[in-house]
Design a protein around this ligand. Structure first.
Ligand SMILES: NC(=O)c1ccc[n+]([C@@H]2O[C@H](COP(=O)([O-])OP(=O)(O)OC[C@H]3O[C@@H](n4cnc5c(N)ncnc54)[C@H](OP(=O)(O)O)[C@@H]3O)[C@@H](O)[C@H]2O)c1
Length: 281
């Protein structure tokens, strides 16, 4: 099995499959990150909002894997959009993570209904983190095309990635197409629909014919679409299963069949970025 990395427009590359840590806490976080690194994962996705950066940092410190071999992402929490809070909270994230740089720092949500709709000055504060070498790449999460237009027109930096909800039930096609046109890498959050797709008949059949699991068939579909994915699991067998999904090669017909499960807007499981204004989840 080869561990594929994809190029980012910032000049760095990112492992296509990693480990997500949303809703992981305490020892679950520590144990999952440690085990994932032992299995060969080299990409960890966390966030200030998840409250688990310290456990991620402890797992990285105790692992035999060198820091420079791991792609580490964290995200700016919603209360921290003011430029001075970007600087302060980012420094706190580095301390919790026990590292002097991250590979990728994202604005978690655009919050167009907060801060007077100004996420451009937040983005410009993020650019300073690249300039001083503490974040190798910067990007965004949950940004719609109209939000991305504002960053591209108003700053020197096109986001390296946009982390958005994408899975077989919700293709988020308009945003994905925009990202492809602008060479912004697509990171697909909730790649497994948070576990709620495993009984889908078409998937069960495809999985059966490959001798794999439905989760592996879904992850193989993402890989075939070029999406960057970091399925979350605290279950050792699933961590292995998900990591090994990249060995499953779907036919063009199977990719189309899984793609046909799209439910459009009805398939969205999370907030719509235009109206999400909560602090924390
Ligand atoms: N930027 C954003 O706004 C945003 C939003 C949501 C998520 N994310 C990121 O994306 C990552 C992934 O999304 P997610 O955690 O929401 O959902 P997900 O990865 O689609 O699904 C996670 C759920 O699926 C279960 N699961 C994992 N592997 C499985 C398998 N092989 N078979 C059956 N069930 C399996 C997990 O259970 P167990 O853990 O019990 O095994 C967990 O309940 C997050 O962890 C986070 O890093 C970002």
């Amino acid at each position: 099995m080869t561990y594929v990395s994809l190029p980012l427009r910032s000049g760095y590359s990112i492992p296509q499959i990693g480990l997500g840590t949303y809703k992981m806490a305490g020892e679950d976080t520590y144990n999952s990150v440690r085990y994932a690194l032992d299995l060969g994962y080299r990409h960890i996705d966390t966030a200030q909002m998840y409250g688990n950066e310290a456990e991620v940092g402890r797992a990285l410190a105790d692992s035999a894997v060198a820091r420079e071999d791991i792609f580490l992402t964290t995200k700016l929490d919603n209360p921290n959009h003011l430029p001075e809070d970007v600087q302060r909270s980012f420094a706190e994230s580095l301390t919790r993570l026990g590292t002097d740089y991250v590979d990728l720092f994202l604005i978690h949500w655009p919050l167009p209904a907060q801060y007077g709709g100004d996420f451009l000055s937040t983005w410009k504060a993020m650019e300073e983190l690249v300039a001083d070498g503490r974040s190798r790449s910067i990007g965004v999460s949950n940004f719609e095309p109209n939000h991305l237009d504002i960053l591209i027109e108003g700053s020197q930096t096109v986001p390296a990635v946009n982390q958005i909800e994408v899975h077989p039930y919700f293709h988020n096609a308009e945003v994905v197409d925009y990202c492809h046109e602008h060479e912004i890498a697509v990171e697909a959050w909730a790649p497994l629909v948070r576990g709620a797709i495993m009984e889908e008949a078409a998937l069960v059949e495809i999985a059966h014919s490959h001798g794999c699991t439905p989760a592996q068939a879904v992850l193989a579909w993402h890989v075939a679409c070029g999406n960057i994915i970091f399925p979350k699991s605290v279950t050792p067998a699933r961590l292995r299963e998900n990591f090994e999904a990249t060995a499953v090669e779907l036919s063009a017909q199977e990719i189309a069949l899984i793609g046909s499960l799209d439910r459009g807007e009805a398939g969205r499981t999370g907030y719509h970025p235009e109206t999400m204004k909560r602090y924390g989840e």
